[in-house]
Design a protein around this ligand. Structure first.
Ligand SMILES: [Zn+2]
Length: 266
């Protein structure tokens, strides 16, 4: 039987719908038993998810929630450092953990981004533990996760709303960092048809210039989309817009389908 403290560690994931069924059932039973503290924490986490998971940039999590996030990140870093988790030869340097943890903690972006990055880091680490050798690749994945967090948080990143055309009322959000690349996130994104992907295009300002084909992605089963474009066009100012179309798997060199989302870069 878990106590309140143990349930608290699950509450962000619960509010995000990311908890596994066993933990969820346990937490729901605990809530049904009428614990006022945990109920309040759930309410707060839900509020934060609503405020932050999508677009609201000004919302600030309460100290209580920040504290819990910090605890989660610390616990994560600690447990990953245990020697049984990692062959020491390939241990991930602790400065990287400190960097990632600090970035996650100070992120007001959202609880789900944090959760996702933590999962990514945990998975990368588990892979390192199993394989033992692919050190460089794991570091690369960590660097990607860190870059994504930095792009989302850096106030100098340019925020670009991608408005849905046709029957796509959802808005995606892109953040373009002049050095680090572009991150695109979205929620409740409809699944492309089988063997199709969502492909990003950068539309140049120059008259008659060809749209630049870029990264491809499929949203996850819950419609969450997070995409990192490492090599956008060199100059944001020469780019008119970002657009997304559905294309056959593998992508296209030229958009073959109508634009589903688009947003002006300036
Ligand atoms: Zn409780």
């Amino acid at each position: 039987m878990k106590n309140c403290d143990q349930f608290r560690e699950l509450i962000e994931a619960y509010a995000l719908g990311a908890l596994d069924p066993e933990d969820r059932a346990a937490l729901e039973a605990h809530l049904a038993a009428g614990c006022p503290d945990c109920a309040k924490a759930v309410e707060e986490a839900r509020w934060l998810v609503c405020q932050l998971a999508y677009t609201a940039p000004e919302a600030t999590p309460s100290d209580m929630l920040k504290g819990r996030l910090m605890q989660t990140v610390r616990a994560e870093a600690q447990s990953e450092r245990k020697p049984r988790m990692l062959p020491t030869k390939n241990a991930i340097p602790s400065w990287l953990w400190v960097g990632v943890a600090a970035l996650l903690v100070f992120s007001v972006y959202s609880a789900w981004t944090t959760r996702r990055l933590q999962n990514e880091i945990r998975e990368a680490n588990e892979r390192a533990a199993t394989l033992g050798i692919e050190h460089g690749r794991v570091l690369e994945q960590l660097a990607d996760a860190k870059r994504e967090a930095m792009i989302m948080m850096d106030p100098t990143s340019r925020k670009i709303a991608l408005w849905g055309e046709h029957a796509h009322p959802e808005t995606l959000e892109a953040k373009w960092h002049s050095q680090l690349g572009v991150c695109i996130v979205g929620d409740k994104v409809p699944m492309p048809s089988a063997n199709h992907v969502l492909q990003v295009w950068f539309i140049p300002k120059k008259e008659g210039a060809k749209p630049m084909p870029s990264a491809m992605v499929r949203p996850d089963a819950n419609g969450k989309l997070m995409l990192y474009v490492s090599a956008p066009p060199e100059s944001m100012d020469d780019t008119k817009a970002i657009a997304i179309t559905e294309e056959p798997a593998g992508g296209s060199g030229w958009p073959t389908m109508p634009i589903l989302w688009s947003g002006k870069v300036t």
